[in-house]
Design a protein around this ligand. Structure first.
Ligand SMILES: [Zn+2]
Length: 270
């Protein structure tokens, strides 16, 4: 796996195969969810998003509790998220109405709006990690799954590993056993031929920026996969990664808010 962008030779050009979609994608909310509008005020800029209350509550356990519980937000119809980023919330805002984080390049609407292959069509790796973490904090499993799938596709397209600063950000904002952590660890194991190469090319290069928990996770997973402690050898890395079963890292518990409202009776899948 490259750590900087080097144009591949024609013999090594990777053709992206169709990626297997998750069979448990989040179901749309019921029509009754498109009811009154509430305001969500985001960030230091105090950007106001007007969103259907029922849609927010359907997708997110956090918003369901805030808007349908005994909190003041339920009476005022206003939720303030001072510490969240507008860009992250905007991605969530688009997702709850489209269940997409970006338009497909094949979309005719997209073709009219942007040049083909425009960088604007791709969300950055860091932004996708932030969207995943936002979904984790606000109880939105479907958003987390889509962010992780988009990150997987980003990595396949660019075929470079995540930077130390992104790894650090993820480990600073997730808990132990986070599926995003598991995904990143799996990526690093697959991206290097052995432990020596990983240490030389990753850890020593930027040793002060990798969290110790990340190194521990790497060591734990290789000792779990092979009791001898051998590094799992993977052939045809990019092709192998394209076939990754992303559901291994997904949360299929269904829409966070809908599940919260009907404990024990909520959907287990869409
Ligand atoms: Zn899945």
């Amino acid at each position: 796996m490259a750590t900087s962008s080097v144009p591949p030779s024609p013999a090594t050009v990777f053709v992206m195969p169709p990626l297997v979609p998750c069979p448990h994608s989040t179901a749309l909310p019921p029509i009754t969810a498109y009811d009154e509008l509430v305001s969500v005020i985001v960030g230091q800029q105090k950007k106001v998003f007007r969103i259907h209350k029922g849609v927010l509550s359907y997708h997110s356990s956090y918003f369901a509790a805030a808007l349908e519980g005994q909190f003041k937000e339920g009476n005022t119809g206003v939720v303030e998220l001072e510490d969240d980023e507008v860009e992250v919330f905007h991605a969530f805002y688009c997702w709850i109405y489209t269940r997409r984080l970006r338009d497909p390049l094949s979309s005719p609407l997209h073709k009219d709006a942007l040049p083909q292959n425009s960088a604007e069509t791709t969300l950055s790796d860091l932004l996708l990690c932030k969207i995943y973490i936002f979904g984790d904090m606000r109880g939105i499993p479907g958003l987390q799954n889509n962010a992780l799938d988009a990150l997987h596709k980003n990595i396949l397209l660019s075929w470079r590993t995540l930077s130390a600063s992104i790894v650090n950000y993820v480990y600073s904002n997730t808990v132990e056993k986070s599926q995003l952590r598991c995904f990143i660890v799996q990526l690093n194991i697959s991206g290097y031929h052995d432990l020596c190469e990983f240490v030389e090319k990753r850890l020593k290069k930027d040793r002060n920026n990798y969290p110790m928990d990340f190194v521990i996770d790497i060591l734990q997973i290789i000792s779990t996969k092979d009791k001898s402690g051998a590094w799992p050898r993977v052939k045809h890395l990019q092709e192998t990664w394209a076939k990754l079963d992303r559901c291994e890292f997904h949360d299929h518990s269904g829409p966070g808010g809908a599940l919260r409202k009907a404990p024990g009776n909520g959907p287990t899948s869409a």
